[in-house]
Structure formats: C-alpha cells, structure tokens
Design a protein around this ligand. Structure first.
Ligand code: CO
Length: 442
C-alpha cells in the first residue's frame, strides 16, 4: 500500500472517530472485517485463551486493549506492547449547558485538556459522544450519538472591536467567552428542554429515558492533503489518533501471523488530563489485562513477572515538528523535520520513558525497516510535555521508549503532519511486532 493510501485510511479513520467513544467503535468495525476473527472479552467473565487467538477488551467505551496471544510460552517471550491514547484536547458540553439571552441560545463548555482555544473560533463545529439512558428492559445502557451537520459556532469578535488582536493574540476568557452559539429560534421553549429535544431527536431515544451524557465538540471539516505534491496532511485529533492508527495497521498485518510473542496494543482515554482514571494509563486497565493473559495461559505464578521482565513497550505519541517561522521555540540541535521519519523523544527528567538501550533498540528496528529516524529534546527553558510512557513503564516495570511522528500545531483543532512519516511509523511498528525475541536485550 502506498504512503498516501495509508494516510487516506488514517483520515477516514479520524472522520469516523469524532470522540474517544467513537474511536473504539471505529476500531471494532475494522476488527469485524478481519479474518481470522477477533473475539471481544468481557472483564466480568472467565477468560479462555488459545495460542494465536485474537482478542480485545474495552473498558468504559473509550479505552481498549487488543492482543494476539503468542505461540511461545509467555515467560520466554514477554509482551510486545504499543501504547497510545484515544482522547484529544478540546471542549466538552457542561451538564446544564443551555442558556438563552437576547434571542440566542448558547451551550456552556468545559475545557478538556490543553487545546489551543483560539483555533476553535470560526470553525464549523458539531457534537459527538454517548448518551446514557434506560432501555425497554429497564437496563441503563449507553449509545453513541453524532451530529453530522455543523451545529455550533464560536464567532470571533470583529477586528473593529478588538483592534490589537494581531499584536496581542486572541485571548478568550474561559468562563464568559467560550459558550457556543447553537440557535436563534428557541424562544418558545426553555433552553435545556430545547437542547434535550435535540439530543432525543438525534439519538432516537425518548427524552424521559435519557439520564446522562458525555458530549465532545468536534470540527466537521474532513481531513485533507496539502502541498503541491500532497506531501502533507491536516486533520483534527492527529494527536494521537495517528499513532493509534499506525499501531493498529501493524497489529492487523497478516505477515505478523502467527506471532511467537504476545502482541498488544493499548489505547487509553484520559491521557490529556493526566491518565488518572479507571481506564487511563495510570489506572489498572493494562496491568489487569496482562495479568489475566498470564493467568489464562500458565499455571506458574512466577511466569507473569518473568514475562514482564522480558517485555518492551513503545509509547507512541506525536512529536513537535520544526516550524521555521519560530526558530527560537526549538533546541537548535534537535529540530525534527516533517517527512524525515519517526522521532525518538528523550528527556533526562523522564518526562519521556526513553533511555539509551531502548532508544538503541528502536533505532535498530528503524534501520531494519528501512525507515529514517530523528531524535528530539525539548528546549531547557520551556516545560516539557509528557506521555503515557513513563506512567505505564513505571506501573509495569517494563522497558519502554517514547516515540512519535513530527506534528505541527499540536492541540490545534487543525494539526498537520507529513505523509511519509505515517508510512515509516507503520513499517517500524510492524518490524517491532514481527521481530522474534525483539524484546530480549540488556
Ligand atoms: Co498526545
């Protein structure tokens, strides 16, 4: 498959996944088309696993662990894990969101994670998420909801009323200046009733049965290639759906079958808000699943610890691509360039989990895959971001590396990246998954 086709598939994947809850349903749809088939495991049931079997577990609709059980004993091979996250920074609708004033109905929002707020102005926004309701059998269940048409907007102030915007930057007061305009025609109804009716209509659930919901704001603009040779692409949520998509392509690669090692993809919600939740990387989800894989496949209780000691995790999240208009934002020795390959992220204070040996192993897999690679270190006078890498490797005690593809405008509603890099990343991840004994080192 060409590099451009891989990216087209990524753009389609993101179009189908406007919220972290939709990411899981998009992945499930792809798994349903695969042979051999994938089996969903229920955390409340007892698990029976077969060597070579393909399984996945979902926790609370927005985190997922997928694995292919290795042919060889777990204690001999360990787990080959790729971790990434399903959530992206943005705006979420507050519970009692609707208010009406001066003939305009607005929805109050809460800021989720660290978006570049100014990029949310003047976009064709809409809503996606999940509705919790009581069904005909009196059970409380969730259903995904997505509005396709542009539904909401955050119009900018005209420059005539904000004369210094180009000198001072666009600053939005977070409580008073972020509510989104929804409607000018809700005069006859109470605002909250109007909004409930809208949800009821879209979800096909009677308003009286709707008990709660999670709703994220998304941009309805589709992904696009750009540049004279379409060498770049742009979309929302590339951080971090590009990494989820690359890892999934590697896991679904038929050449990887049947694997010796147990191959795992772990995609977590809540990375952008610190990972501390029942389904976040700092929660019990991945340790629970790995331990249960071990319990289901061996009777020796020491084997789980032996398997972890043999394991390796690639923590994949996006990296800051060099933007030549802002040279002072970067360390001059660590400019990572779009379309020049995956980035190994290094931080002495362990904001990234990479160390010399894991970095060397990843560099070696890049060379074996025929992919170039680059190394990133943040400026010393700027605080560095972090990832699920340090958290997960600390919890499990396994060797880990932080990598990611170069990305412009991280946490903008419209991020962009290089077409070649996505293809390179898929090749390296395939190499990691197919390398027998890949994790054995040190
Ligand atoms: Co990220």
């Amino acid at each position: 498959m060409s590099a451009k086709q891989h990216v087209q598939n990524l753009l389609d994947f993101i179009d189908a996944s406007p919220s972290p809850w939709h990411v899981i349903s998009t992945i499930e749809t792809q798994l349903a088309e695969q042979t051999p088939s994938w089996q969903r495991l229920d955390e409340t049931a007892k698990w029976t696993l077969q060597p070579g079997g393909r399984y996945y577990v979902v926790r609370d609709d927005s985190s997922i662990v997928l694995f292919i059980q290795g042919q060889k004993p777990l204690a001999e091979t360990g787990f080959n894990i790729i971790g990434a996250h399903t959530d992206s920074p943005g705006l979420r609708i507050k519970p009692n969101a609707a208010s009406s004033e001066d003939g305009l109905l607005r929805l109050g929002v809460e800021i989720y994670g660290g978006p570049i707020l100014a990029t949310f102005t003047d976009r064709d926004l809409s809503l996606a998420g999940r509705i919790a309701y009581k069904n005909d059998q009196d059970r409380i269940v969730c259903k995904l909801i997505k509005f396709d048409q542009p539904l909401l907007r955050l119009p900018n102030l005209a420059i005539h009323m904000n004369r210094t915007v180009n000198e001072d930057g666009l600053k939005l007061q977070k409580q008073t200046e972020l509510p989104l305009i929804l409607s000018a025609s809700a005069e006859q109804q109470l605002p909250q009733e109007y909004f409930s009716a809208l949800l009821q209509q879209q979800a096909g659930i009677a308003a009286a049965r709707i008990l709660s919901w999670d709703l994220a704001v998304y941009d309805t603009q589709k992904g696009a290639f750009w540049g004279p040779d379409s060498e770049f692409y742009a979309h929302s949520r590339l951080d971090n759906l590009a990494s989820c998509h690359a890892a999934l392509q590697a896991l679904l690669d038929p050449a990887a079958l049947p694997p010796d090692n147990t191959l795992v993809c772990a995609f977590f919600d809540h990375e952008e808000i610190g990972s501390e939740s029942n389904k976040g990387a700092d929660g019990s989800f991945l340790p629970d699943v790995l331990q249960r894989i071990a319990l289901a496949s061996t009777t020796d209780s020491e084997d789980y610890a032996r398997a972890l000691a043999k394991s390796f995790m690639i923590s994949a999240d996006m990296a800051h691509a060099y933007q030549p208009n802002f040279p002072n934002a970067y360390d001059p020795g660590h400019k990572v360039i779009v379309n020049k390959g995956p980035v190994i992220k290094v931080n002495a204070n362990h904001r990234y989990s990479s160390e010399s040996l894991s970095a060397a192993m990843f560099a070696d897999w890049c060379e074996q895959a025929g992919a170039p690679y680059q190394t990133y270190s943040h400026r010393c006078d700027l605080p560095c971001g972090s990832t699920i890498g340090p958290i997960t490797s600390a919890k499990l005690g396994i060797r880990s590396i932080d990598v990611g593809n170069p990305l412009w405008a991280m946490h903008s509603i419209r991020e962009s990246a290089g077409v070649l890099d996505h293809d390179y990343m898929i090749s390296v991840m395939k190499r990691f998954f197919s390398a027998p004994g890949a994790t054995r080192s040190g």
